[in-house]
Design a protein around this ligand. Sequence first.
Ligand SMILES: Nc1nc2c(c(=O)[nH]1)N[C@H]1C(S)=C(S)[C@@H](COP(=O)(O)OP(=O)(O)OC[C@H]3O[C@@H](n4cnc5c(=O)[nH]c(N)nc54)[C@H](O)[C@@H]3O)O[C@H]1N2
Ligand SMILES: Nc1nc2c(c(=O)[nH]1)N[C@H]1C(S)=C(S)[C@@H](COP(=O)(O)OP(=O)(O)OC[C@H]3O[C@@H](n4cnc5c(=O)[nH]c(N)nc54)[C@H](O)[C@@H]3O)O[C@H]1N2
Ligand code: SF4
Ligand SMILES: [Mo]
Length: 724
Amino acid sequence: MLKDKFYKEIPNVIHPKEKLVATHCSYCGMQCGMNLRVDTTKNTIIGVEPRYDWPVTLGKMCPKGVTAYQQTNHDDRLLRPLIRDDASTKGTKEGFREATWDEAYELITRKFKELQTEYGKDSLSVYSGVSMTNEKCYLTGKFARVALQTRYIDYNGRFCMSSAAAGFLRSFGVDRGSTLPWTDIHETDCLFIAGSNTAECHPTSMFRVWEVQSRGGYLIVVDPRETPLARRADIHLDLKPGTDLALANCMVNLLIQNGYADEKFTLAHTNGFEETKELVSQFTPEYTSEITGVAPEKLIRAAEIYGKAPNAIVMFARGIEQQTRGSDNVSAYTNMCLVTGKIGRPKSGVATLTGQGNGQGGREHGQKADALPGYRKITNPKHVQEVCSVWGIEPEEMPLPGVSAYEMFELMHNKTIRALYLLCSNPAVSAPNLNDVKAALKNLDFMVCSDMYLSESAEFADVVLPSVTWSEDEGTVTNLEGRIIKINKAQEPIGESKPDWLIAVELAERMGRGKYFSHLTTAAKVAEEFRLASKGGYADYYGATWDKIEKQNGVFWPCKDENDPGTPYMFLNQQYYHADGKAKICALPYRPPAEEPCEQYPLRLTTGRVVYHYLSGNQTRRISFLHDMCPEPYVEVHPDTAKQYDIVHDELVRLYTRRGEAHFKVKVTEAIRKDTVFVPYHFGHELAVNLLTIPALDPMSRMPEFKACAAELEKTVISKEAVR
Ligand SMILES: Nc1nc2c(c(=O)[nH]1)N[C@H]1C(S)=C(S)[C@@H](COP(=O)(O)OP(=O)(O)OC[C@H]3O[C@@H](n4cnc5c(=O)[nH]c(N)nc54)[C@H](O)[C@@H]3O)O[C@H]1N2
Ligand SMILES: Nc1nc2c(c(=O)[nH]1)N[C@H]1C(S)=C(S)[C@@H](COP(=O)(O)OP(=O)(O)OC[C@H]3O[C@@H](n4cnc5c(=O)[nH]c(N)nc54)[C@H](O)[C@@H]3O)O[C@H]1N2
Ligand code: SF4
Ligand SMILES: [Mo]
C-alpha cells in the first residue's frame, strides 16, 4: 500500500444500530474514499463518515461528496418504469404513466425489432455515460454489439476524456490518465497545471498542491480565469481561450533554447525531437504573446522554473482538451516532459485530471464507437477475434465502427438513426449546440432513457427506466490515477429500480440474444467475464480481482495476472507503447479556434464548472444544500467590460452566439480576462449555456469546442420573471 506523510491512523466513528460501508464517492475522478452510514434497523443509508484510511484522499471530501448519500432515498427517485402514450407530449415532463417492467420491456423490444426489420440493424443506437462501474460500462458495449447488433454506440466521455486519450495515444502509444500515483504530487518541485480548475473540480487534490509550495516548490497555472488555484500560483499565465497550442509550443521552444532539453534522453527514448525543435522555434515569447495575450516575461519565467525543477509534473484538464485542437494541446504540453526527460520516474510525469468517477475505466472497455474491451480496436481483426472468443460470436458478426457522440445526434436528425437507448447521461443539457441536439432527440421514432431521476433528456423519451444509484450496487471503477477500486453496496435498490447491467441482461434475453447474456446473474459474474475480456489488451485488468483490490487498496492497470501487483508508475523502464518502444515528441503547428471573435461577436465565451454542481446537474440540483449554494448560472464579466456594456452586478443580460441565446445574471469579477466571459453549464432548459456553444469538433478526438466560441451580450430590458 502506498502511504505518505499525510497518512494517520484515525479510528472510524460507528454509532449504535449503524454500520459503515466503505466505498467511494459517486461523482468525480478523485473517487474519494467514504464510509456510508447505514441504519441497521431499517437497512437504509442515513449519512456519511470520512474514510481516513483511503490513501489518496485520507478522509477528505468536497461539498458534493459529503451530500452524495442524499441521492439514494431522495423523493425524486424514479421507482417504476414510465411509458409515454401520447407522442404530442414529447419534449416535456408530462404524459408519462407508471408501468410494470414486463410492459416496458415488451414495448422496447417490439419497437426495436420493428425498426430493425424496416430500417436495418444500425437504425438503433446506444449513448451511455461513465458514472457507471467498469462492469456496467463493459456490458453496455457488449449489449450494443451483441444484443442490439448495431454499430452506433458512443458515450459522454467523448465530451470529456477523448482529447486526452487521443493525445496520449499519439505521444505514448497508450492512454493511462496519469503516469504516476497521486501520492507523489506533493513531493514534486514544480506543478505546471493548464486548463484545470483543480480547487473546484478536484478539490481533494489541493492539500497536495499547497504542500508543493510549502516545501518551496512552484505552481504555474495556465487559465484565462483567476481560479482559486491561479490566485495562489507563483505564475498565472492568463491566456486567451483557445490559444494553448501556441503557449505550449513556446514553453518547449524556451526549454530547448535555454538548455533544459535532455538530449541523451530524447535520443534514446523519443522520436520527433529535431522536427519539433524546428517547428517551435518560431514561438518566441513576443510572437506567442501576440497570440495568447500573455506577457513575454511571464512565459520566460514559467519555462525557467519548469526547466530548473529537478522533478516536475505537467497536469491538464478540460480547459485545454475541449478545443478543436484538444488532442494537439495534450501532445504539445506532454512535449514539455519528453523534451526534458521529466517522465517515467517518481515525482515527475504527466497527468490529465480525469473528469467522471469512472472516466478512465469507462473509456477502455468498449463504449466508444471504435473500441472494444481492454482498449482494443474494432478495426483490428486480431482484436475483434480476441473479444469474439470471449463473447461467443463470430468475427463476421461484430458490427462496424460507429461515429462519435455529436455525429450520432446528427444521424438522428437525418433519420439514419431511428431509436436511442440512453443511459447514464443527460445530453439535453450537456451536448453542444442544444437547439439542434434537442431537435434530433425529438426526431427519433423511439427513445428509451435509463436514469435515477427524470432528467431533461428523459423528457424526450418514450420509455423511462428507473436505474439504481451507485450506493445500491457493487463493482469497480478506475480513478484518475488509473487505480481500479471497489464500490460497495450499502442498501438494497429502492422501489423497483434496477442496476443497468441487469437491465441489459434482461433486455438481451427479450431481443432473442439471451444465450450470450443469461449467465450474467450478478455483478460479480459480469466482473469475471469483463476481466477475461480485457486480458491481453493493453488496459489489462485480468489480475485485478475484487479480492486483490480490497487487500491492496486498489490495483493500478495494467495488471496481467494473479501474481502481478499492478503498475502504479508508467514507463519506469522507459519503454513506451509504440512499436519501437519510444515516445513521440510531436511537431504541431498552431491554428486558432474554429470561431474567432469578430465585430458582431467580439467576446470569447468559455464554459465550465462550479464546486457545488456536477455535470448536467441532474443529481446535484436536487440536493438542497448544493442548490442553495448555487441556485442558477451566471455570466462572469470583467469590471471594465461591464462598464463598456453599461451593465452592473446581478443584472440580467442576453448572451448570444451564432447558435442561440440565453439570459444570465451578471457576475462582475476581476478574475476573468476583459475579452472573455464564462458561464457554468450545470443547468437545463432555458438556462443551458450549451444553447450557445459551437459543435466544431477536434478532427482527431471528435471533441466539441466547449471552451471557445465567439459571443456577444446585451443589456435586457425585460424583467427576470418574464424570462424564467
Ligand atoms: N465541482 C465539480 N467537479 C467536477 C465536475 C463538475 O461538474 N463539478 N466534473 C468532473 C468532470 S466530468 C470533469 S471533465 C472535470 C473538469 O475539470 P476542469 O477541466 O478543471 O473544469 P472546467 O471548469 O471545465 O475547466 C477548467 C478550467 O479551464 C479554463 N479554461 C477555459 N478555457 C480555457 C482555455 O482555452 N485554455 C486553458 N488553458 N484553460 C481554459 C476554465 O477557466 C476553467 O478554470 O471535473 C470533474 N469534477
Ligand atoms: N458547455 C459545456 N458542456 C459540457 C462540458 C463543459 O465543460 N462545457 N463538459 C462535458 C463533460 S467533461 C462531460 S463529462 C459531460 C457530462 O454530461 P452528462 O453525461 O450529461 O453528465 P451527467 O450529468 O453525469 O449525466 C448522467 C445522468 O445519468 C444519471 N445517472 C447517474 N448514475 C447513473 C447510473 O448508474 N445509471 C443510470 N442509468 N443513470 C445514472 C444522472 O442522474 C444524470 O442524469 O458534459 C459535457 N458538456
Ligand atoms: S472531490 Fe470528487 S470524488 Fe471527492 S468528494 Fe468531491 S465530487 Fe466526490
Ligand atoms: Mo467530464
